[in-house]
Ligand binder design. Structure first.
Ligand code: AMP
Length: 413
């Protein structure tokens, strides 16, 4: 199936082509016809699968048609998302797919002045991509009329629940028309999410993307055993060996993010940090610098980075293993977006081994192990320029290792 064959407006097809999408991804193939058919959808899909366009393409088409039939000016679709970064990013996807149509999307989120947002709303918006908190506030103050909503999208519903947005979501639902189309997207599913989903959708089409291997096929990922105190030296090495590549380094806490950044600074490596202590302006600046490639190493915590789509991230380093196993999938999913290839390496210390076991249980299979022998370890810690161990070489081994059972205690010569 090609995008050309979908019954969608020619303008949207041109925009898809301009974005360089050649054929639909799995989630797009499964959801676009159902959404165009005005069905409710309940989809389990991680970021990186192309899920934003999976709902944006048909939603824009449906609203475009309504506008051609002179529907009244009003907000027709609300997309609820967990973070302001995600709100901005999804709005960008909507607006690039809606070019040359009259459909307009706008991002609404907290932590910033509300008056400019209110002014923008009065200029006319068709699709509102919003975090539940600010949406709730503006509606309570009477600035938002949600009575003409025809489509409700919940994106990253599991993350919204984790962030405690359930109350806001339930309150907001009361103000939406009962007769509407609901599209529910979550990366994971459990009893709580199912309960919320089934309270919102009606006779939904269920879609599940790669349930067996939650890490996308185009991402090579592996783990190296590296003790806590040695991690910074190995990180320095990985960064130097991947000159020119964009890299996200995940750490457990915001304090650690700053410490790792300081350690890299000492080694003469520029990095950016993003975590919840940074204000909105700072986070936006950091994301811009990273997107533009001004600084190519971003040190992040889980919460701040979830759902962010940064094109061309070549490498993910799990400096610390994530405490919640499913975050492993979200983290490595920052690379290998869409059809691109990506690489990820995790540093696992002795203390973190139980966490690695949990991650492997979640993935349903072991993560490929990279052998780091004593010579290599000493070499990295000695700061020598010798290149016996290169992450590049070892990453190349991953493909081979994936074909064979995990080799325990394998020594690299
Ligand atoms: P998402 O899962 O929505 O965060 O999308 C992940 C990435 O895939 C984004 O960078 C999109 O631009 C890209 N993408 C989405 N759909 C396609 C497609 N059909 N072909 C190629 N890339 C795509």
């Amino acid at each position: 199936m090609k995008f050309e064959e979908y019954p969608i407006a020619a303008e949207i097809k041109r925009n898809i082509e301009a974005l360089g999408y050649k054929k639909p991804t799995d989630i797009q193939f499964k959801s676009i016809p159902a959404i165009l058919n005005k069905e409710d959808v309940l989809a389990i899909a991680q970021t990186g699968t192309g899920k934003t366009a999976a709902f944006a393409i048909p939603v824009i088409h449906l609203i475009h048609e309504r506008k051609r039939n002179r529907a009244k000016d009003a907000i027709k679709c609300v997309v609820m998302v967990p973070t302001h970064e995600l709100a901005i990013q999804i709005t960008q996807v909507f607006n690039s797919l809606a070019k040359h149509t009259k459909v307009k999307a706008f991002a609404l989120f907290g932590g910033t002045e509300q008056q400019p947002q209110i002014d923008k709303l009065y200029q006319g918006v068709d699709i509102l991509v919003a975090t539940p908190g600010r949406l709730f506030d503006l509606r309570s103050q009477g600035y938002l009329d949600l009575s003409d909503i025809e489509i409700l999208v919940l994106d990253e519903a599991d993350h919204m629940l984790d962030l405690g947005f359930i109350g806001d979501i339930e309150d907001l639902i009361k103000f939406l028309p009962k007769h509407r189309q609901t599209l529910f997207f979550s990366a994971t599913i459990n009893e709580k999410i199912k309960k919320l989903a089934y309270s919102l959708v009606h006779k939904a089409i269920r879609i599940q993307i790669s349930p067996k291997d939650p890490v996308a096929k185009n991402i090579q990922h592996a783990v190296a055993h590296i003790e806590m105190d040695d991690k910074r030296f190995f990180l320095e090495r990985v960064i130097r060996e991947n000159e020119g590549k964009k890299m996200i380094v995940f750490v457990r806490t915001k304090v650690r993010a700053e410490r790792v950044a300081a350690a890299m600074q000492k080694a003469g490596i520029d990095t950016l940090t993003i975590h919840s202590d940074k204000d909105h302006k700072n986070r936006t600046d950091v994301m811009r610098q990273f997107r533009e490639g001004k600084v190519r190493v971003l040190i992040a915590t889980d919460v701040s980075a979830r759902g962010i789509d940064i094109p061309n991230v070549d490498f993910v380093v799990n400096y610390d293993l994530p405490e919640v196993p499913e975050n492993y999938v979200h983290r490595v999913g920052r690379t290998g977006r869409g059809m691109q290839k990506g690489q990820a390496v995790s540093f696992c210390s002795r203390e973190e081994e139980p966490v690695l076991k949990e991650i492997e249980a979640f993935l349903g299979k072991p993560v490929v192990k990279l052998a780091v022998d004593q010579d290599t370890r000493e070499e990295v810690l000695d700061y020598t320029e010798a290149t016996k161990f290169t992450i590049k070489d070892v990453m190349r081994e991953i493909l081979e290792a994936e074909q064979t059972p995990v080799k325990k205690g394998k020594k690299k010569k």
